[in-house]
Design a protein around this ligand. Structure first.
Ligand code: HAM
Length: 422
């Protein structure tokens, strides 16, 4: 049987690859406008990084990680997300000693063993941004604005921004008690799933994002964290909202958002597109003021987000907002007979070096077949080189769309280049 790509992964082929390149280019331009510089970290890390960073009671760590022992017996995990890796790099390379805030962004593949569906893969791509070194509410708003700008400028206009504050460890302690009081009867009568029973003792907040429908139904009526946050967290949240308003960014406060990763504190947010279901959540993020300390560094606040590129593509296509992208040759140069091949080799080379997207026959086809190929690959211009053309050093340039013909010099290529690059 033929070997296929593993379930939940996808090959990206032409012409779809043009969509990816378009999105990556836009993202790179916008993130540099906001002062973010790119960081590249390894695809795999020590498992402990995610256990400590993302949290060992999260679904991601408990159920979804691709973890294996390498040949040296070390436990290795394919990164399920980027924040923990970037935080590790921030510490490892003493980025904290450079002028802060440190603004870092990344385009990465991530790996989660999830049930594949529209917009949910096992290997997926994220654009993410992280900002370290300030807990000022202005940065929360700026990070949200970066995410919104990227999505808007890509062409996703129909967006809902949901925000919440999930407080700091001190308000969380009070809230955990309230949650335990609420869930205790369901633990006692065995309604909650086994994983949630474990979470009840270790981290009751995680019961709120259990994917089991029974637990989900019970969680709907659980106390809301926003009602338990301390004055400092509330003031911080109010300031974030004011800065969003100053930029005209509309938001909904949704007290039920807790997000599925343990490192979050205070502000959390997500952007939803018009697509329904999982695929609709195109971006998620929040503040994580305890993560760097948890990984062994000095207390350093941080905030960031990540957006799923596959989900961005789905949203753009659904909205009919994906631009018409094409990557066709400027010119196809056909040759008649063996003896003109060398001439075409030299001509093609000169044109390519001058920035022209130039194709020629590589399969020893007949002239008729070469012209058919030129048509199929969408070349905008074509030219046929026979013995005469090679000798006269001039040829007829044909515009494939309007069938217009122009005689051009092959000695001085300026005119030819000017016409095909127009
Ligand atoms: P997350 O919410 O787990 O957050 O993922 C962020 C985004 O990645 C999601 O909103 C979604 O668009 C995309 N995504 C997640 N899982 C999948 C999947 N299985 N298939 C396709 N797309 C997916 C994080 O990863 C955090 N590290 C975000 C962050 C950065 N928070 C602070 N800084």
């Amino acid at each position: 049987m033929a070997i296929t790509a593993p379930r939940g992964t996808a090959d990206i082929l032409a012409p779809d690859i043009l969509k990816w390149k378009y999105i990556e280019k836009k993202i790179s331009e916008i993130s540099s406008r906001f002062g973010y510089s790119e960081i590249r970290t390894p695809v795999f890390e020590h498992t402990e990084l995610f256990e400590r960073g993302v949290g060992d009671t999260t679904d991601v760590v408990q159920k979804e990680m691709y973890t294996f022992n390498d040949k040296g017996g070390r436990s290795i995990t394919l990164r399920p997300e980027g924040t923990a890796s970037v935080a590790r790099a921030f510490l490892e390379h003493n980025i904290y000693a450079q002028p802060l805030p440190a603004k870092l962004c990344y385009n990465i593949t991530c790996y989660r063993y999830e049930k594949p569906q529209a917009g949910r893969l096992r290997e997926f791509h994220q654009f993410g941004a992280e900002c370290y070194g300030t807990s000022d509410p202005t940065v929360d708003a700026e990070v949200i604005s970066l995410a919104k700008t990227v999505l808007n400028e890509l062409g996703i206009e129909k967006l809902t921004l949901n925000i919440n504050s999930i407080g700091c460890p001190s308000c969380r302690a009070k809230y955990n008690e309230a949650l335990k009081d609420y869930f205790r009867p369901y633990i006692e009568d065995g309604t909650l799933c086994g994983t949630c029973r474990e979470r009840f003792d270790k981290n009751p907040l995680r019961i709120l994002d259990c994917k089991s429908p029974v637990c989900g139904e019970i969680a709907k009526k659980a106390p809301v964290l926003l009602d338990y946050i301390c004055d400092e967290c509330r003031d911080h949240f109010e300031e974030v909202k004011k800065h969003l308003e100053a930029m005209g960014i509309e938001y909904n406060v949704d007290g039920t958002i807790v997000r599925g990763l343990d490192y979050y504190t205070k502000t959390v947010f997500e952007f939803k597109t018009a697509l329904s279901g999982t695929a609709g959540t195109v971006c998620g993020g929040g503040r994580y003021d305890g993560l760097i300390e948890q990984l062994g560094g000095a207390a350093t606040p941080g905030i960031g987000f990540a957006m799923g590129i596959e989900r961005i593509i789905l949203a753009l296509e659904e909205a009919g907002a994906m631009p018409d992208l094409s990557d066709v040759p400027d010119i196809f140069i056909a040759n008649i007979g063996e003896e003109t091949k060398l001439f075409v080799t030299a001509l093609t080379d000169k044109l390519r070096k001058a920035g022209v997207k130039c194709e020629r026959d590589l399969c020893n086809r007949s002239l008729k077949a070469q012209m058919k190929y030129a048509d199929k690959c969408g070349a905008r211009f074509s030219m046929v080189i026979g013995g005469d053309e090679a000798e006269k050093k001039s040829a007829t340039l044909k515009n494939m769309a309007v069938k217009e013909q122009t005689e051009v010099s092959l000695e001085n290529l300026d005119e030819l280049i000017k016409i095909v690059k127009e």
